[in-house]
Write a protein that binds this ligand. Structure first.
Ligand code: PLP
Length: 453
């Protein structure tokens, strides 16, 4: 039995069976493969036998597995090894489709290996550090060494530790808004002071160098940069990234750059890694990343920072007292994901792209809502100022906070008010959900907001 990764050349046969527990990826892939003239079938796993029964109705070909075997969708535990053996015996060539399904396999193996039952180096398994070095070169063209990597419990811990390591009490951090809610909290926990630079839809939610310069003081230590952005989906073009990086170098300001949405870009937009755009920044730059968004592996809690060796050393010391090594099983899963193919990511991106267009179109039809087209991540950040001051069923929409509460109660749709991201008057919606749910949710919201007068 062997599970190989998924090179393009692996699809010569006419029959492809996509076995998944993640409709999003498999549906898009089946559409693409059918368009390419292949007989592509989807099978959503309910049990091991259901897959083998579905396979038995087809002439054997290539089976693409996109599931974390070991999960039990109907309460029946699926034994990955015997399942794949069964498929192979029936003449199928079994390929693991996505990083996250590879991760599930690797984790199962890791559980059985006593080496993973013990403490390992606080800063991360050497094999994972090596995989991160390789992935960073592959995906963003940034050359780093293993002593520049610290593996953290999710990207969130990397954010916290970056600020805890770089800041002394009173140091200032320039933070473009709308910002991800964790940043100001991590800055405050490290004793830092946040200087917010507000941006709006007119600039595509991107700050200019002039705005950053206006926020600079003698106490400025760090600029936080996040592209593609949560919550706006804004993607900084190369010229802006270069200009901002050069400004930071010229003023001796560190850049903490959060690149966790690097693979989710649309309309030909490019996610440019800050230290690649401005190599002179390498000694004063911390890159944050993780497996959560690219591989849909939020629950595994694996992130990392790539930084100069002295910063990594200090942050590793901190982590050794704070939490020690990330769970070894998760680290092994991350190695498998990072070393695997990006095909599932590309399929996921195609589905997100479709949903992005759908949500922007539907929101733009609601009077009082202005929805810029985002170029990255999986969020839209429409302005709702046109609705504020109005009433719905006796409720006054005095702020985006009140509007979000009304939408939650009356339409049963959760949107996050702009107050959480430092810019009231807006709301954030995620389109990381199925097409039907997306349409239903937005039409319920449109119906309720349509009553505003
Ligand atoms: C911009 C950004 N950075 C980092 C993270 C952290 O991700 P995690 O801690 O799940 O790896 C998130 C999660 O939502 C995010 O949106």
């Amino acid at each position: 039995m062997s599970i190989s990764s998924y090179p393009d050349s692996a699809l010569p046969g006419p029959v492809v069976l996509i076995i998944d527990d993640h409709e999003l990826v498999a549906t898009s892939l089946a559409i693409t493969l059918r368009a390419a003239g292949l007989q592509a079938h989807r099978h959503t796993v309910r049990s091991r036998d259901s897959v083998l029964a579905a396979a038995a109705t087809l002439q054997p070909g290539v089976a693409l597995l996109d599931l974390d075997l070991g999960r039990d969708p109907d309460g029946t535990r699926i034994d990955g090894t015997s399942f794949v053996e069964g498929m192979c015996r029936a003449g199928w060539r079994v390929l693991a489709l996505s990083g996250s399904s590879l991760a599930g396999w690797a984790a199962q193996e890791a559980c059985a290996d006593p080496r993973n039952h013990r403490y390992t180096p606080a800063g991360g398994l050497p094999e994972l550090k090596a995989a991160i070095v390789e992935k960073t070169q592959r995906d963003s063209g940034y050359a780093i060494a293993e002593n520049q990597v610290l593996v953290t419990n999710g990207g969130k811990q990397a954010v916290y530790q970056a600020f805890a390591t770089l800041l002394d009490p009173g140091d200032e951090v320039i933070l473009p808004a709308p910002y991800w809610t964790t940043y100001p909290e991590a800055i405050a926990l490290a004793g830092g002071v946040t200087r917010v630079v507000v941006t709006g839809p007119e600039s595509g939610y991107l700050p200019s160098v002039e705005q950053l310069e206006a926020a600079r003081t003698p106490a400025t230590k760090v600029l936080l940069w996040c592209s593609p952005s949560n919550p706006t989906g804004a993607v900084a073009p190369r010229e802006l990234t270069e200009a901002v990086g050069r400004w930071a170098v010229a003023n001796g300001i560190w850049v903490v750059t959060d690149e966790i949405y690097e693979h989710l870009v649309y309309d030909g937009a490019e996610a440019v890694s800050m230290p690649v755009a401005v190599p002179e920044l390498a000694d004063t730059c911390v890159v944050l990343n993780g497996v959560a968004k690219t591989y849909a592996m939020t629950g595994w809690r694996v992130g990392w920072m790539a930084a100069p060796p002295d910063v990594v050393k200090a942050a590793t010391n901190l982590q050794s007292h704070l939490s020690s090594n990330v769970a070894n099983v998760s680290q092994r899963a991350a190695i498998a994901a990072l070393s695997g193919p990006l095909d599932a990511v590309h399929a996921m991106r195609a589905a997100f792209d479709r949903r992005r267009r759908t949500i922007v179109g539907l929101l733009s039809e609601i009077p009082g809502v202005l929805c810029p087209v985002p170029q990255g991540a999986f969020y839209v950040y429409p302005a709702v100022g046109g609705l504020l001051g109005k009433q719905i069923r006796g409720r006054r929409l005095g702020s985006s906070l009140e509007l979000a509460a009304a939408v939650l109660e009356l339409a049963e749709v959760a949107v996050v008010p702009g107050e959480a991201f430092g810019t009231p008057g807006f709301v954030r919606l995620s389109y990381a959900l199925g097409d039907d749910d997306l349409r239903t949710g937005i039409s319920r919201m449109a119906e309720v907001l349509g009553e505003a007068s």
